[in-house]
Design a protein around this ligand. Structure first.
Ligand code: ZN
Length: 157
């Protein structure tokens, strides 16, 4: 028996580390409000690539999911976005207007660890990917939308 043939093998999805911690924090109990605290991230691999370029940015610290994030996590989200753009550029993708970055909104997420999807080019997403990473849906939120949400949520309550 032969394994089913694929039309084409998609590129491996890679994740990248966000900036390494510059300040070693020995005790980090309680809130992570420390200004100098840089997010530490580790690589992970996505399950199925949704675009020619598809990467995951994952913080090392367990962050739960994007629903549990608070305003103090905005710098972390921004760092993750920055890292996402960096990995694209390092892989020779430079049109940063044609990318999609975002998070799966619980419970539509199979991974309980916070992870940012970085897909490019956004204009070349397949049908399924357009669904899975659909902007303005109730299962996917772009990084920009998430930041906006975190900002307004805190001032509202
Ligand atoms: Zn996901």
């Amino acid at each position: 028996m032969e394994p089913p043939r694929r039309l084409r093998s998609p590129p491996r999805t890679r994740a990248l580390p966000v900036a390494a911690a510059t300040t070693p924090s020995a005790s980090s109990a309680g809130s992570a409000a420390g200004r100098s605290r840089a997010p530490r991230c580790c690589p992970a691999r996505d399950i199925r690539p949704g675009a020619p370029h598809h990467y995951l940015v994952v913080p090392i610290e367990h962050m739960g999911n994007c629903k549990t994030l608070k305003k103090e996590h905005i710098p972390l989200v921004e760092k993750m976005m920055e890292a996402g753009k960096n990995i694209l550029q390092r892989n020779n993708f430079t049109d940063l207007n044609d990318i999609r970055m975002g998070f799966h909104w619980p419970p539509f997420c199979s991974i309980s660890h916070l992870h940012l999807h970085v897909l490019a080019p956004a204009s070349q997403l397949g049908f399924l990917s357009r669904m899975i990473y659909r902007t303005n849906s109730y299962w996917f939120i772009t990084a920009e939308q998430l930041i906006e949400r975190l900002q307004t949520e805190n001032t509202a309550s």
